[in-house]
Design a protein. Structure first.
Length: 251
């Protein structure tokens, strides 16, 4: 039996999940490209996070690998526990290692969602973020396509990643924003979207909470959790030992 949820519980996308989540970007190869050098350890990190440490919020994206992180999650965790929230992201392409390009054309977003459904082997994505707002495509067209997929039963809830306040407000004219995922840590502490999310009671999911490993986990995670009750950080790791340290930091 897994432990109590680290950091307590927070409602995200209709589920009470552990306030400490796990980001999966670091489970891929160098430059977030290809397969991990140690496939067995990568799947072990995922299994221990959920089945040993009680983490019930796993964050991924089709761009991680690309595609390999979602495949790892399926290998390690399927069939998924009912309490697990799987959040993925679409709308950011990977033409080469360490190259990230937004692509928000509705046709592409639909294709990406369908592909994530197949890789994760689910009928519906619990939470699907627009990974980046594509400046070449009207925002209402991007979130509107995700809304159409939501109405079709392929997406449960919709979030925004790396979004400003104006973009969140614009998206709210088309969708219910279930979560916002932006970079935030004690070395990068200023995100105007945080205050807006706190006021509107939108779950705020900080990525890069340890500033790419530059910050000690206990101080960095405590700082984030104390900012507001709607904050749910998703540190990433490829090491079972480091995972244990992250969980211990919020116990």
């Amino acid at each position: 039996m897994s432990a109590a949820p680290p950091g307590g519980l927070i409602p995200i996308a209709g589920k009470p999940v552990s306030r400490l989540g796990l980001g999966t970007m670091r489970l891929t190869g160098p430059d977030i490209w290809g397969w991990p050098e140690d496939f067995a350890t990568a799947t072990r990190v995922l299994r221990e996070a959920v089945h040993v440490h009680g983490i019930t919020h796993i964050d991924t994206a089709d761009a991680y690998g690309p595609h390999t992180a979602e495949t790892l999650i399926h290998t390690a965790l399927h069939p998924y526990p009912p309490e697990l929230l799987l959040a993925t992201k679409v709308g950011l392409t990977r033409p080469a290692p360490d190259v990230w390009r937004p692509l928000g054309h509705p046709e592409y977003l639909r294709t990406a969602v369908e592909a994530s459904l197949r890789r994760l082997d689910v009928e519906r994505l619990d939470l699907c973020y627009l990974h980046r707002v594509d400046p070449a495509v009207p925002l209402e067209d991007q979130v509107g396509e995700l809304r159409a997929l939501q109405l079709a039963g392929k997406i449960g809830h919709i979030g925004l990643s790396k979004a400003g306040v104006d973009q969140i407000r614009a998206a709210e004219k088309e969708i219910v924003v279930a979560a916002v995922q932006n970079p935030l840590n004690s070395a990068e502490p200023n995100d105007p979207a945080l205050g807006y999310c706190v006021r509107m009671e939108i779950p705020y999911v900080p990525y890069r909470p340890l500033n790419a490993g530059a910050l000690p986990a206990p101080a960095a995670l405590t700082w984030l959790l104390n900012l507001a009750p709607h904050i749910a950080p998703i540190p990433g790791t490829s090491s079972p030992e480091h995972l244990r340290a992250l969980v211990a930091a919020v116990r």
